[in-house]
Design a protein around this ligand. Structure first.
Ligand SMILES: Cc1ncc(COP(=O)(O)O)c(C=O)c1O
Length: 390
């Protein structure tokens, strides 16, 4: 390995949301960022920019767009053009602007629960109604209830479907067939698909990510894709992302909202880091994926051998593992509280991601293996303590 993912990096007292809002002595495995140092080339290029010493108004250079275009082509064989790309300061601000552009007050937006909770928040913040197509939990994984999906998209008030591709927290990499089926129903019922592909690069080795818009011309023209280098390369604090919109009519409308909301001007370091990541750091990502796979395998084996009351849902993507705690007969909020109090580990309750997430917890494994080992032994102590007190 060229890069050292075992290195323990001190994040306390750095205004780190994940660590500095967590009590001393507690291992934070909640917020979705990684405890790994960023790829050296990104740091080097940021330092170069910083050393210039002037941080005035800045432009997004052509190379930034080229880097995004090349990444899609190189890793996913998906051809996009510069004019499709609308840079923004984050995927969630983008989703908000998309909802504002294509929905009116009281319109409905479809999501698939359990799902990243900011979808819900963003829809409600923009005075729209959340409609849920609950995923079906079966055989240790999730699948789509297509009958319910069609019933939901049929509703004329449903204007958008926010697809999480790959899915956080269900850890599913949707297959081309699944995407096709959902897409056909959305096209049939005139529902615009917003594909959040922020986790596209974080896919385990036996699975293949399919960009929704790459499936066919019709999907390309009736969808908007949101993506970012921030999850893949651990750059969330630098606030840079891209929206991909082929359809000019949609793009013009959306651009107006982005300008109105002032979220199209990226900061110097957001631009530099995204560009550097895509251009120079693919080898870092390839090693990261090997490391995450190792962490995931370790966790699977540990839980199977030592905490058989827990069941890890099949992990296909993201570094966020979804663990079934239903055998313990305890609600996820209570479980996470006990895990923090007894085990000194902070994870997120499944209920955060929707009512049907309540038998689960979400655990972030993007940390050095040593830390993961310690957290797992504490998880075991907590589960034993809960069982002793039943
Ligand atoms: C599916 C999904 N979308 C968006 C985000 C956040 O994106 P951003 O930080 O660019 O707003 C996350 C973060 O965890 C996520 O999991």
């Amino acid at each position: 390995m060229k890069y050292n993912f075992d290195k323990i990096c001190e994040r306390k007292n750095t205004n780190c949301y994940k660590w500095d809002t967590t009590k001393d002595g507690v291992i934070p495995m909640w917020v979705a960022d990684m405890d790994f140092e960023v790829a050296p080339k990104i740091i080097e290029n940021i330092i170069k920019k910083a050393n210039h010493g002037i941080f005035g108004y800045t432009m997004i250079p052509d190379d930034y767009y080229k880097a995004e275009i090349n990444w899609w082509k190189k890793r996913y064989n998906f051809d996009i053009k510069k004019e499709y790309i609308l840079p923004t300061t984050g995927v969630i601000p983008s989703l908000s602007s998309i909802i504002q552009t294509f929905c009116e007050k009281g319109d409905k937006v479809l999501i698939q629960s359990p799902v990243y909770h900011y979808f819900n928040i963003s829809i409600k913040n923009n005075d729209c109604e959340v409609v849920t197509n609950n995923l079906i939990y079966e055989n240790n994984s999730y699948k789509i209830d297509f009958e319910d999906f069609e019933n939901k998209v049929k509703d004329e008030k449903v204007k958008l479907f926010i697809l999480c591709n790959p899915h956080n927290p269900a850890s599913r990499v949707w297959t081309k067939e699944e995407l096709q089926k959902m897409g056909e129903l959305c096209v049939k019922h005139n529902v615009l698909v917003i594909s959040d592909e922020i986790h596209r690069d974080l896919v385990f080795k036996d699975y293949k990510f399919t960009p929704y818009a790459s499936i066919c011309e019709e999907f390309l023209k009736t969808s908007i894709t949101c993506t970012s280098a921030t999850k893949t390369f651990n750059l969330a604090g630098l606030k840079a992302s891209n929206i991909i919109v082929e359809n000019k009519d949609l793009r013009v409308k959306l651009s107006k909202t982005l300008n109105k909301n002032e979220i199209s001007s990226l900061n110097i370091f957001g631009i530099e880091s995204t560009l550097s990541a895509y251009e120079f750091c693919e080898d870092w990502l390839d090693e990261l994926l090997i490391y995450l796979e190792k962490n995931k395998d370790f966790l699977l084996e540990f839980i199977e051998k030592n905490i058989p009351d827990l069941k890890v849902v099949e992990a296909q993507a993201t570094y966020l593992l979804w663990i079934d705690i239903s055998k313990l007969n305890i609600k996820s909020v209570e479980f996470t509280k006990k895990l923090e109090d007894i085990g000194k580990v902070r994870v997120i309750s499944g209920a955060t991601f929707g009512e049907n997430g309540d038998n689960f917890i979400r655990v972030n494994i993007a940390c050095p293996l040593e830390v993961l080992k310690e957290a797992l032994s504490k998880l075991k102590i907590t589960v034993n303590s809960i069982k002793d007190n039943i």
